[in-house]
Design a protein around this ligand. Structure first.
Ligand code: E4P
Length: 217
């Protein structure tokens, strides 16, 4: 499973990128706000830092305007994936932009039917939002499984990009179900390293080591 990092903060991306943990980046208008940066400037910097796809989201709501914004964003770098919302206009924009050879990430997906439409419209990525479904007592991971089954039934090449990930458990479950990509905040990717038995075991080893009176350095 590929790891995308869900942030527009350069320092956070760079730290994970140095460890080989970043196969791509996703941003959205809320993440741009959080970064405090100009969208064109920060997306340009991210694209220079990371080799994989960098999602930059349009904010227009009409297809023609989305297409114009998508072309402008795609001109920033060859690794831009234009992010469009899963609305009827977004699907129209997806069809045109993907037809021009641009990567398109269709976002705000909350149902298998929406994912089916995105694949038909030529999306490179479909972004089902797990956490926001869980928030309203629906099953976000079940949606990933449903889309996986549907795409495999027909050989759709659209990649399932599990989004709105809130926990390390979401990451391993997405990998088990067969999501192609999971995008998560840096804190969640780092939390994947944690285990209480690792901490306990290390504490014991260090205590025993201190008793040996030895030094390696
Ligand atoms: C990524 O593409 C999404 O915009 C993001 O994962 C949404 O996450 P949130 O529901 O935590 O805002």
């Amino acid at each position: 499973m590929k790891f995308f990092v869900d942030t527009a903060v350069i320092e956070e991306i760079a730290e994970l990128n140095d460890l080989g943990m970043v196969d791509g980046v996703t941003t959205n208008p809320s993440l741009i706000l959080k970064s405090g940066r100009d969208i064109i400037e920060v997306i340009t910097e991210i694209c220079a830092l990371v080799e994989g796809p960098v999602s930059a989201e349009v904010v227009a709501t009409k297809a023609d305007d989305m297409i114009a914004e998508g072309r402008k964003l795609a001109a920033i770098a060859p690794n831009i994936a234009v992010k469009v919302p899963l609305t009827w206009d977004g699907l129209k924009a997806c069809k045109v932009l993907s037809g021009e050879g641009k990567m398109v990430n269709v976002t705000l997906c909350f149902s298998a039917n929406q994912a089916l439409l995105a694949a038909k419209a030529g999306a490179t990525f479909i972004s089902p939002f797990i956490g926001r479904l869980d928030d309203i007592n629906l099953d976000g991971l079940q949606l990933i499984a449903d889309i996986r089954e549907i795409y495999d039934n027909y050989g759709y090449e659209t990649q399932i990009l599990a989004a709105s990930i809130r926990s390390a458990n979401h990451m391993s479950e997405c990998a088990r179900i067969g999501a192609d990509v999971a995008t998560a905040p840096p804190s969640v990717i780092k939390a994947m390293a944690n285990h209480i038995l690792t901490d306990k075991g290390l504490q014991q080893f260090l205590a025993d080591w201190a008793k040996t009176g030895q030094s390696i350095a």
